[in-house]
Design a protein around this ligand. Structure first.
Ligand SMILES: Nc1ncnc2c1ncn2[C@@H]1O[C@H](COP(=O)(O)OP(=O)(O)OP(=O)(O)O)[C@@H](O)[C@H]1O
Length: 364
């Protein structure tokens, strides 16, 4: 439905060229809520503006509903752009016009008759829950209400695609949540495909089914949200995931463990159904290992539970091995925490260096 093929974009500013996009490939399917995340300057805004040709690629092709935008005449391009609505971080409402008139703008530009405009705007005002604000001016509205008006304006001409450029970045967390709920409703009830850019992983977590991570003009990782959150490959993706799901042992817990008595540490990852099974109970009763839960976290992504747990298992190696096998057989991803083992070794090595130094000093 939206396809970007090998998109490059170079800006020239004061004789200097800036490569904002360096060969981006992206495919958004019909019905997706696709999130693009990246730090400031990664190229997200440039990328989203390619889809409605607010920016044109220096190289590469943009396809919307299977058709390449570069083949269109200006009239055909205008027609395709009508299928694409857009909302913005700072809402971009006309301050001198009422809420009603702001929402009506696209319909007036399409030269629709007044009766049709009234019906559509009334319907949209109800959909966004602002029927009583038709005659208000933007300055009389809260940020969340302004974004609702921006959304209604973007939907006025019945688009099949909605582009969201940091649509919740200027809003508080509670308002963000209500706007994201509204976007989800739009996706489900109007079957509108959504492409959104953000720098907040919580936004992706709340409503997206797919995600792409951008860095320095490139997409460094993309896939289903559950897959990317559960198994991030790139360090930048990992750092974004960590902003919403903590998966590492907190330093204070590590500090409190004595290297000699630490037992073996394992990181467990549960997805979906197995998150609610009494697995720990089985470990203790069936395999006779001691279990110390050092850390546990559960998150909900795409209505699926993603759980992470860090366990310290004690007992005979043979029993621990059987317990680990049992966890694997229940669909739990399990890995021994090598970095911790290394940390233990380093600490032990440091101590033996110290011991040796003490011996050497006392021998003098
Ligand atoms: N019109 C322009 N002229 C020159 N350089 C530009 C233009 N638009 C973007 N850039 C440059 O392209 C790079 C990518 O910018 P872009 O705005 O796409 O990133 P971003 O990920 O959206 O960042 P932010 O979240 O800060 O908006 C930056 O180096 C930026 O300075």
């Amino acid at each position: 439905m939206i396809e970007l093929k090998d998109i490059h974009k170079t800006f020239i500013r004061k004789g200097q060229s800036i490569e904002a996009l360096k060969g981006v490939n992206l495919r958004v399917d019909k019905g997706d809520i696709f999130g693009v995340i990246g730090y400031s300057g990664a190229g997200k805004s440039t990328l989203i503006r390619m889809v409605n040709y607010l920016e044109r690629p220096t190289k590469g092709r943009v396809f919307v509903e299977g058709e390449a935008l570069d083949q269109f005449s200006p009239a055909q391009l205008r027609k395709t752009k009508k299928k694409i609505g857009m909302i913005f971080q700072h809402f971009n409402l006309l301050e001198s016009k009422t809420v009603y008139d702001n929402i009506a703008i696209p319909l007036v530009l399409l030269k629709q008759d007044k009766k049709r405009i009234r019906e559509r705007v009334t319907e949209l005002l109800q959909f966004i829950g602002l029927a009583d604000k038709a005659d208000s001016y933007p300055k009389e509205l809260s940020g969340g209400q302004k974004q609702r008006v921006g959304i209604a304006r973007a939907l006025a001409s019945n688009p099949s695609i909605l582009l969201c450029d940091e649509a919740t970045s200027a809003l508080d967390p509670q308002t963000t949540r209500s706007i994201l709920d509204l976007l989800k409703k739009i996706n489900e009830e109007y079957h509108i495909t959504i492409l959104m850019i953000t720098h907040e992983m919580a936004v992706i977590q709340q409503i997206c089914n797919k995600v792409a991570v951008m860095e320095q003009g490139e997409i460094i990782e993309q896939g289903e949200v559950l897959e990317v959150f559960g198994n991030p490959q790139h360090p930048t993706t990992e750092s974004f995931v960590r902003t919403v799901i903590q998966t590492s042992v907190p330093e204070s817990v590590l500090q409190s463990l004595s290297p000699e008595r630490a037992g073996r540490l394992f990181k467990l990852k549960f997805v979906g159904g197995n998150a609610s099974e009494p697995i720990i109970d089985s470990l203790i009763r069936k395999y006779g290992v001691s279990v110390n839960i050092l850390f546990a976290n559960m998150s909900e992504i795409q209505s699926t539970t993603l759980g992470t747990m860090i366990l310290q298992l004690g007992g005979e190696d043979r029993d621990i091995f059987r317990a680990v096998e049992f966890l694997g057989s229940r669909g739990v991803e399990i890995a021994e925490l090598q970095e911790f083992q290394q940390q233990r070794k380093d600490r032990v090595t440091d101590e033996s260096h110290e011991d040796r130094a003490i011996k050497e000093v006392t021998a003098v």
